[in-house]
Design a protein. Structure first.
Length: 281
């Protein structure tokens, strides 16, 4: 074995001991470039350390995405705005920057079943994770079940604190399954404690006036929740036929029947500053 091969093996061992996998993967190729292009020692050291830093950033992002609990991976690049109605690309691009999360604001995606709400919720969550923010994804029914189980196990406080630590809580499919009064109260408290400090993204197939039936018919509770959510919220109203069915048909047809891409401006239906809570009967 040549001296160069021995040194390379020693560097790999040392990199493993120092937990520097990025350096271990990159040092040989960078060393080759350094020799060919006559880099200084400082240039080589800078590039090899940069490789390690990038590796750690990528690893942290992957860990946050895994920890978020997404049911599948969906990205904005995969979303076909040409067949999605009521969704302005410019508004989604703005939300992807994550400034609303920094400000503790909310996003409400409301519209018929199959119009791309869950895809957008996951994609925005992944963008937040790429920005090294803590994200948690829950279907509404699953979250209520988890809250009830935590309460019964006398672990509710700990579970709420864990939810409170995440920068973005995504609650998907609110309205698919109604809750009893106690389940509605638990969900209300979990969301209300984030008010003004941590962000929530909710998807729902119900208009705001129909939300009381999800919360056991309690209009006071629903009105109080909507007031908190809407105080600093972006509301995106999806519409039209099923996004999934249209996308599948467009993929099969090569996109021949796709709807035109919405203009890159915010329409009144794609971004409403404040939804109205249901009136008390």
């Amino acid at each position: 074995m040549s001296r160069a091969a021995i040194v390379a093996d020693l560097i790999r061992v040392q990199a493993r001991q120092l937990k520097m996998p990025g350096l271990a993967r990159a040092f040989e190729e960078l060393a080759r470039h350094a020799r060919e292009e006559h880099w200084s020692f400082e240039d080589y050291l800078h590039d090899i350390l940069a490789a390690e830093v990038n590796s750690r950033v990528e690893s942290a992002v992957k860990q946050r995405i895994r920890g978020a609990g997404f049911p599948e991976t969906k990205t904005l690049d995969e979303f076909d705005f040409a067949i999605a109605e009521g969704i302005a690309p410019a508004k989604i691009a703005e939300l992807a920057k994550g400034d609303w999360i920094r400000g503790g604001e909310n996003v409400l995606l409301v519209g018929p079943i199959g119009t791309g709400k869950t895809h957008l919720a996951i994609a925005l969550g992944i963008e937040a994770a790429r920005q090294r923010r803590r994200v948690a994804f829950h279907r509404a029914a699953d979250l209520v079940c988890a809250l009830i189980e935590a309460r019964d196990a006398k672990e509710l406080g700990r579970f709420r604190r864990r939810l409170e630590r995440v920068d973005l809580l995504i609650v998907d499919e609110l309205g698919f399954v109604p809750f009893d009064h106690k389940g509605g109260e638990l969900l209300f408290n979990a969301l209300a404690q984030r008010h003004g400090r941590r962000s929530v993204l909710i998807t729902s197939n119900l208009a705001f006036g129909e939300w009381p039936r999800v919360f056991g018919g309690d209009e006071k509770l629903t009105t109080a929740l909507l007031d908190r959510l809407a105080e600093a919220a972006t509301v995106i109203t999806t519409k039209g036929k099923s996004y999934r069915m249209r996308k599948r048909r467009a993929d099969q047809d090569g996109g021949g029947e796709a709807a035109p891409t919405p203009p890159p401006t915010d329409s009144p239906e794609s971004s409403k500053p404040t939804p109205k809570a249901p009136k008390k009967r």
